[in-house]
Design a protein around this ligand. Sequence first.
Ligand code: ADP
Length: 265
Amino acid sequence: TTWNVSSRLVALEKGPGVMLTFQDVSHLEQASQMRRDFVANVSHELRTPLTALLGFIETLKGPARNDEGARDRFLTIMEAEAGRMERLVGDLLSLSRVEAEERVRPLNPLDLPGLVRSVVSGLAPLAEEAGITLLTDLPEGTLEIPGDPDQLRQVLVNLTENAVKYSGKGAEVRIRLDPPSYRKRLRTDGIELSVTDTGPGIDPIHIPRLTERFYRVDTHRSREKGGTGLGLAIVKHIVNRHRGRMRIESAPGKGTTFSVVLPVR
Ligand code: ADP
């Protein structure tokens, strides 16, 4: 524990006295340490693609100047590295935006099944390309909850893209919506949105840390798949803003379910 101690001269009945104030500032220390770690992580994540870009530019200006084959190959790699920087900056902006808005609860009504249908049709080409079957289990018609459409879209996209990204070819990804009436036995008035995959699953030791910024089970694999390590941190903040709850269930070799319970009113 870190204490901040201050003293002040005070007038007491029997004459002058000194008042000591002890303030526990451990949480401030912790917050500033977290900020330093975050800046260090961001710098590192940006520097990796930047170093690669500078290296390829150097080679293209020098030794590979007249080598057309090399030029095409290098340009493809450079495009991928620049894309990675673009995704990282985009995710950093999303993260700071949701953090800034976290205290303001969204109140406008939003049709959740409609949103799921639109996200699923948008992600169908990605799933097809990865050889993944995308399935849905949705109630008929509309079902409104108070929510921010762009942010809830992002929750769905991040969870579904992860499921597609980390499950191998031939896997299934199922998106379910369980309205309160289906869930009476759970005694909750929330609507549950879940994304289940039949992918490799996650070792339980990693689960509590998955929503931390830049936490990855396998950094190399995440990078290879175009991950920034920020997707689940963004999801967590959005769910908090909606006063929802998030649950992760997974077992190695048995697939993973990410579910989010959102209040209906
Ligand atoms: P990333 O950009 O690396 O995907 P996320 O914050 O979205 O970052 O996810 C954090 C980590 O959680 C990933 O790097 C991956 O190791 C793991 N993960 C997330 N979703 C799944 C999933 N459906 N199956 C297996 N691992 C997953």
